[in-house]
Design a protein around this ligand. Structure first.
Ligand SMILES: C[S@@+](CC[C@H](N)C(=O)[O-])C[C@H]1O[C@@H](n2cnc3c(N)ncnc32)[C@H](O)[C@@H]1O
Length: 183
């Protein structure tokens, strides 16, 4: 999403500059595919802070958290990881958008409990994770239920913000989020 805004900004600025038409055409040819590629990934939309606080209250009241491994699939600006670190979790985030990744690295730079990777989360091995948080849309949640959920270790906690995991009964439904515990 950040990429889309930046590229659109560059594109609009260039439109108002007195550039030769051939150069403008070249800029368009180079910019539009990048905008299209960025739009293919779920855009960066932060989950509301009030609901995030409800999630961490639930976790603190119902699970042992100290030194457990928390993973945010598509960590956006890293806010969720900061809350996880405050709850004494070891927090890792995966982010596919380069600019958003840089933002998250900057925001969390002083916290040694937080690691952020520029990586497609579908290629991650979740065997070492204790708590997985995701704010993904319906389609990725279908893929998660089919490809990731069956291979998680027993007792892994999955928190899905806003969207249910298809075909799996939640163990807890909170304020805008669903919790699943792998049997
Ligand atoms: C809806 S935002 C959620 C941000 C944050 N986790 C939150 O809950 O506030 C989804 C994020 O996932 C990232 N994303 C989408 N697909 C991804 C993938 N396959 N691998 C890594 N990150 C991805 C997007 O770039 C975006 O920043």
């Amino acid at each position: 999403m950040l990429e889309i805004l930046c590229l659109l900004g560059v594109f609009i600025c260039l439109l108002f500059m007195p550039l030769p038409p051939l150069l403008l055409f070249l800029v368009a040819v180079c910019t539009l595919p990048a905008i299209y590629m960025a739009a293919q990934n779920a855009p960066f939309l932060p989950f509301p802070r009030k609901n995030l606080q409800a999630i961490f209250c639930y976790l603190q009241e119902n699970h042992k958290l100290k030194d457990k491994h928390f993973v945010d699939l598509g960590c956006g600006d890293g806010r969720v990881l900061q809350l996880a670190s405050q709850a004494q979790l070891k927090a890792s985030g995966y982010e596919i958008s380069f600019l958003t990744y840089l933002l998250a690295k900057f925001v969390t730079r002083k916290d040694p409990n937080i690691s952020i990777f520029l990586q497609d989360f579908w290629k991650v091995d979740f065997q070492q994770c204790d708590i997985i948080y995701t704010f993904a849309q319906k389609k990725p949640m279908l893929k998660f239920a089919k490809e990731v959920w069956p291979n998680l270790k027993s007792q892994t906690v999955v928190i899905s913000a806003a969207f249910r995991m298809h075909g799996v009964k939640p163990d807890h439904i909170g304020d805008g989020y669903f919790v699943y515990i792998k049997p």
